[in-house]
Design a protein around this ligand. Structure first.
Ligand code: MEV
Length: 307
């Protein structure tokens, strides 16, 4: 057992391609960000756990602690505090804090956890919090960092890239409720199984084409695939007026591609733009009410114990 205070950092994420379809077993592509959750923790000699969590509910942390305790038969109480540079833009803070907590518990109790074990424990916790409706792609992103292909069926991960990608991250001004939007798609799938399945499988195909284009850094093709993916998300019913407006203005200003990142209904869109046109695209997005965030996509490192 480790009696020291430990610090763990885990990155946030942005989905590049494949949201929603990944829940139904298709692959997706996700990038880690240079914005992180940092938690500090130690074992304490008290009757109850203590959490000092600045920005969000401690529900995910409590659940991770409970899953870990049951799995490894641990009774000791712990203290965890957190701080974050992720803000409230839907950048994966729940996943990052979940992964960071499990990593910390492994270190505190001297239980070595492989990346796969880290995923399995945090995924078990997240499924309990979100009542079975989550693919786990965001946990994988936080564990591995960089840009990865995540298979929604096998939950296996492979690296595409570890460098910075030329995307702008634009906050649409509204927080989205992922669970509600995921539920809405599930209901649509029950009502219109054939049509919905067709959209999801088209998204799956786009992801595999995007994998190749991203590896080749063929930005024109990446942009076109973003636009194709966005059209399918609109058909799926997860876009909204503000997203449509920001996508349109980005493309009219010269961006190569623009699409929802994540569940839709708010949060962020991603815009792919060549450097020479960035100024114009940013200006027009901001005139239309979007906020370009100071985020680098793809360079986040995976979860780690920091010294
Ligand atoms: C949300 O960021 C992405 C979804 O595909 C949900 C998930 O994969 O868990 C909508």
């Amino acid at each position: 057992m480790n009696s020291k205070v430990l610090t763990v950092v885990a990155p946030g994420k942005l989905m590049l391609f494949g949201e929603h379809a990944v829940i139904y077993g298709y692959p997706c592509i996700v990038s880690a960000l240079d914005k992180y959750i940092e938690i500090k923790g130690k074992i304490i000699d008290e009757k109850d756990d203590k959490f000092d969590i600045a920005d969000y509910s401690d529900g995910f942390i409590r659940r991770m602690v409970s899953v870990f305790r049951i799995k490894y038969g641990k009774k000791e109480k712990i203290f965890i505090s957190s701080k974050s540079t992720l803000g409230r833009y839907g950048l994966g803070s729940s996943a990052a804090i979940s992964v960071a907590t499990v990593k910390m518990l492994g270190k505190l109790f001297n239980i070595p956890l492989s990346a796969e074990e880290l995923f399995n424990i945090s995924y078990e916790g997240v499924l309990k919090v979100q009542k079975g409706k989550a693919s786990g792609f965001d946990l994988a992103s936080s564990i591995y960092g960089g840009t990865i292909l995540f298979d929604g069926k096998t939950k296996k991960t492979s690296y595409l890239n570890k460098g910075k990608l030329p995307f702008l991250t634009v906050f649409t001004g509204r927080k989205a409720k992922t669970v509600d939007i995921v539920k809405k798609v599930a209901q649509e799938k029950l009502r219109n199984p054939k049509e919905t399945e067709k959209i999801l499988s088209e998204i799956g195909k786009i992801v595999l084409r995007a994998e190749r284009a991203l590896k080749e850094k063929n930005w024109k093709v990446v942009g076109k695939l973003m636009n194709d993916n966005q059209k399918l998300l609109v058909e799926l019913g997860v876009s909204n007026g503000m997203i449509d407006k920001l996508v349109k203005i980005s493309l009219e200003s010269g961006a190569l591609g623009a699409k929802i990142s994540g569940a839709g209904g708010g949060d962020c869109i991603l815009v792919l733009v060549e450097r020479c046109l960035t100024g114009k695209v940013v200006e027009n997005i901001e005139k239309s009410g979007g906020t370009v965030l100071d985020i680098n996509v793809g360079i986040g490192g995976g979860v780690k114990v920091s010294l």
